[in-house]
Design a protein around this ligand. Structure first.
Ligand SMILES: Cc1ncc(COP(=O)(O)O)c(C=O)c1O
Length: 390
């Protein structure tokens, strides 16, 4: 007898990415220059590796406190206060999650109701849209314009607010855009959120990678915002701990009770050894982290210099994070077709801008996670492809 397993409709509605076409185009091709990966080529800082090794040798692999090791939450709370200017009670306002990815899901699932509208300035990190759908909510994309430096137009954003709008979700610095929204824009977003009683979810996973002179402002630190903001951070980028899967959420204590319950249902607790590594990461000597920061900064500058000189291509100068978002519309192809052609004809892997929503059409996302040699090779191939384009 065949069994009819009916999938929950919201889950069926999660959009499927076009990445399959990229993966298929790569099959059987060698020596591709990878300008797509979000996985940096560098290893974790030595200090973290040593502490992790000691932890493994001790055989420590117990379940931990469900919401994260108390000493990790306590130390994180101190660091947030010092460097992010966020005040968070480690007992009630911080949860350690299995990466930011888990944090985003549990918070959205806990606070969004079926039919709620979620404002997402776009191009955006795809997971915000997918999570909103998975939660039965309605993502409302509000376009960011290259001519405006991909900084939100507050009037445009406000016009998208309706009586059903419940939340605003964004990341700063941005993946995929590489931009860092300045203080005055965050002030404007805070005013808008307060005026319309919105919850704000801000993904600051690239908080430690700001290359412009301005320090980044966490929106949770602005007046009236702590009680309505969930801030997400993690160790995947700052300490190159992508595969260890540790992130955190900071939010107001009352709704965090629901977030904690859901987090417990999903993971019980994050990996104990990865939490020990995260604790070590918070004590990591500054010099080891500065090496990583400077390497990324130089790579971003190098790739931007190269891309901006390709004929007919424009690119907003990245001020943070690992990515560039050049406008490739001069080729007259859809982003996905261009990305496939670049693999097949030039041996360069990129991501189509449409991976980050429909407003990414005409753009590609380039990443600086590959080695400098690969980046230089990728750039040279891109330039040659552009020169030979009819
Ligand atoms: C903007 C953004 N948020 C979240 C994530 C996922 O982070 P984590 O590894 O902590 O789950 C990524 C990963 O690339 C990202 O770019």
């Amino acid at each position: 007898m065949s069994v009819c397993i009916r999938i929950q409709p919201d889950i069926l509605n999660i959009p499927i990415s076009e990445r399959e076409r990229i993966i298929t185009a790569c099959h059987g091709r060698e020596r591709l220059a990878d300008l797509a990966s979000g996985n940096p080529d560098m290893a974790m800082p030595d200090f973290v590796v040593e502490q992790l090794r000691a932890c493994m040798e001790s055989g420590y692999a117990r379940y931990t406190d469900y919401y994260g090791l108390p000493e990790l939450r306590a130390k994180l709370s101190q660091q947030l206060k010092g460097e992010w200017r966020i005040t968070a009670d480690p007992e009630t306002e911080i949860v350690i999650t299995s990466g930011v990815q888990e944090g985003l899901y549990v918070v959205m699932r806990a606070v969004l109701h079926s039919g709620d509208q979620v404002l997402i300035p776009s191009p955006h990190y795809g997971n915000y849209y997918q999570n909103a759908i998975a939660c039965g909510a309605k993502p409302v994309l509000v376009p960011l314009d290259e001519k405006e430096g991909f900084v939100p137009d507050l009037d445009r954003l406000e016009k998208a607010v309706t009586s059903r709008t419940r939340a605003l979700v964004f990341c700063n610095p941005s993946n995929p855009l590489g931009v860092v929204w300045p203080r005055e824009i965050l002030d404007g977003l805070a005013t808008l959120a307060i005026r319309h009683n919105l919850i704000v979810l801000v993904d600051e996973i690239y908080h430690d990678f700001v290359y412009s002179v301005q320090p980044i402002t966490s929106i949770a630190t602005l007046p009236g915002m702590a009680e309505r903001t969930f801030t997400f951070g993690g160790f995947s980028k700052s300490h190159l701990m992508m595969g260890l899967r540790i992130g955190f959420v900071v939010g107001p204590s009352e709704p965090m009770i629901a977030v904690k319950n859901l987090h417990y249902c999903i993971t019980l607790c994050p990996s104990s050894v990865a939490q020990v590594a995260a604790l070590a990461a918070l004590d990591c000597p500054k010099e080891q982290l500065e090496l990583v920061f400077h390497e990324f900064r130089q790579r971003v500058e190098m790739l931007h210099r190269g891309v901006a000189t390709i004929d007919g291509v424009s690119c907003v100068k990245p001020e943070g994070g690992f990515y560039l978002f050049p406008n490739m519309s001069r080729f007259g192809l859809s982003s996905i077709d261009l990305a496939v052609q670049l693999i097949e004809r030039a041996g360069v892997i990129t991501l189509p801008g449409t991976e980050f929503g429909p407003y990414g059409e005409g753009y590609l996302r380039l990443s600086v996670c590959a080695t400098r040699e690969q980046l230089e090779e990728g750039l040279a191939r891109l330039a040659e492809f552009a020169d030979n384009w009819a």
